[in-house]
Design a protein around this ligand. Structure first.
Ligand code: SF4
Length: 232
């Protein structure tokens, strides 16, 4: 993954520059064809992940595996960079998401986008998905059988994207992914692990819209996430 290898690449590049500097070179003797090969390799990795995500979307199709299929307008698969270092996971689509077939596009989504920008990233650079892909009626919480039916899809998305850090937005997402029963107020701020990937639980943006005083806590959680990404 690009983000994880960045430090290693920079270190190797520095060593190579020192080596050629000692030999008296004033520039790195790299041929254009080498650069092109390198960028093609990076594009290839991202491309195969994109293909894998498209395959998964096709497999889900017009899914009827749980009762959430009865009232939804659209399956909201997820979106973003297939090779993202940072992945956000919410609980499920709301009204706007159901209509547009995109995750986090309503008011809570706008707040999430502002948070991502505050992290000095673009929304297109991260990957955003939900635990369940269809809107629960009247925005109720997804039920256990619905979470279990949909779980293989988020597991596969994580496996494909293979992010450096996952941020779980809210209680449902945290408890469903990590299979723990800790209130979000206690879980937030500390790293947990899902298949060796660090997971930071934090408040859901919809909660933050109602409890603006807790935005600072979420920002503290996100600062830890950025530190963790820099370590990898
Ligand atoms: S929530 Fe998931 S399992 Fe249920 S119908 Fe939608 S895609 Fe299928």
């Amino acid at each position: 993954m690009i983000m994880r290898n960045k430090t290693e690449i920079i270190t190797k590049l520095q060593k190579a520059m020192e080596f050629y500097d000692e030999l008296g070179f004033e520039y790195l003797p790299v041929k254009r064809v080498d650069i092109e090969k390198f960028s093609l390799k990076k594009t290839g990795a991202a491309q195969s992940k994109e293909n894998a995500l498209e395959d998964l979307r096709r497999q889900i199709g017009e899914c009827q595996r749980c009762k959430l299929s009865q009232h939804r307008k659209n399956v909201v698969f997820g979106e973003g960079c297939p090779d993202a270092g940072l992945m956000f996971i919410g609980e499920g689509p709301g009204k706007d998401e159901d209509i547009q077939s995109r995750p986090f596009v309503g008011e809570a989504g706008k707040l999430l986008t502002r948070l991502i920008i505050k992290l000095k990233m673009k929304r297109e650079e991260v990957y955003i998905a939900n635990i369940v892909k269809c809107r629960p009626p009247y925005n109720r919480n997804p039920e256990e059988d619905e979470i279990m039916a949909c779980r293989p899809f988020i597991e596969k998305q994580i496996e494909i994207v293979n992010p450096g850090v996952i941020v779980c937005l809210g209680r449902i997402s945290t408890q469903a992914l990590l299979r723990i029963n800790i209130p979000i107020s206690k879980a937030r701020g500390s790293f947990f692990y899902y298949n060796d990937i660090p997971v930071m639980p934090t408040f859901h943006p919809a909660y933050l819209l109602r409890n603006r005083g807790d935005k600072q806590l979420t920002w503290e959680d996100m600062r830890k996430v950025i530190q963790k990404l820099k370590q990898d």
